[in-house]
Design a protein around this ligand. Sequence first.
Ligand code: 9D3
Length: 235
Amino acid sequence: MARLRFDILSLFPGVFDPFLHTSILRIAEEKQLAEYHLHDIRDYSEDKHKKVDARPYGGGPGMVLQCEPVVRAVEAVGAMGERSARTILLTPQGRRFHQKVAEELAEEDRILLLCGHYEGFDERIRKLLNFEELSIGDYVLSGGEAAAMVVVDAVVRLVPGVLGHEDSSSRESFAEGLLDYPQYTRPPMYRGMKVPEVLLGGNHREIEMWRLQEAEKRTYERRSDLCDDNTRDSE
Ligand code: 9D3
């Protein structure tokens, strides 16, 4: 059994497939550090046409996900596997997802993500299931699927063993909280542009100082909001 189990409930479980089976997420699964279980909410509809949504009471645009299929799906999936899950609803109204939240989630052993699509959830789903709600930022998506992928990606790479160099010395590196410093690789000259001399010299103390300086400069120029310690923790 993998160290971290994800259950993702969606109306479009197929969109996750290539994403979960590529790159880091695939490696995590191969190392049995993460496992991903996809569930189609429609499978839990008791309606003869597998209906899962209906028009909102009081009128208005769009459709609303109904209680019955969603609650049945969450209860059935929750009962699969022996561990109890941290249950998260992806919605534009949620708490903002950021690196600190990802670090917190990487400590869990089971996470259940519920995605809506186009539509909202019947408010009684919130009351009944008492999910924590997460948003990935202030822009409008067409559903929670892309948001769920963001959460899975950000969390899985933090699970110890996934990246291979996860010892605290590299994770709490000198540049933590800063944007990346500029990087170069071969060749040393391309279309008249040279690689900075310091990187070719092999003086590791000097290289480290240069990188820190460049990272700080970039962070200040592009994201001065990150330079303020208060905002770094609360956003
Ligand atoms: C805020 C827009 N709503 C006003 C009528 C309608 C609405 C639009 C899009 C309701 C849900 C959605 C689908 N979005 C998500 O499911 C979603 C989301 C997002 O849109 N932005 C950032 N994070 C997330 S997490 C889930």
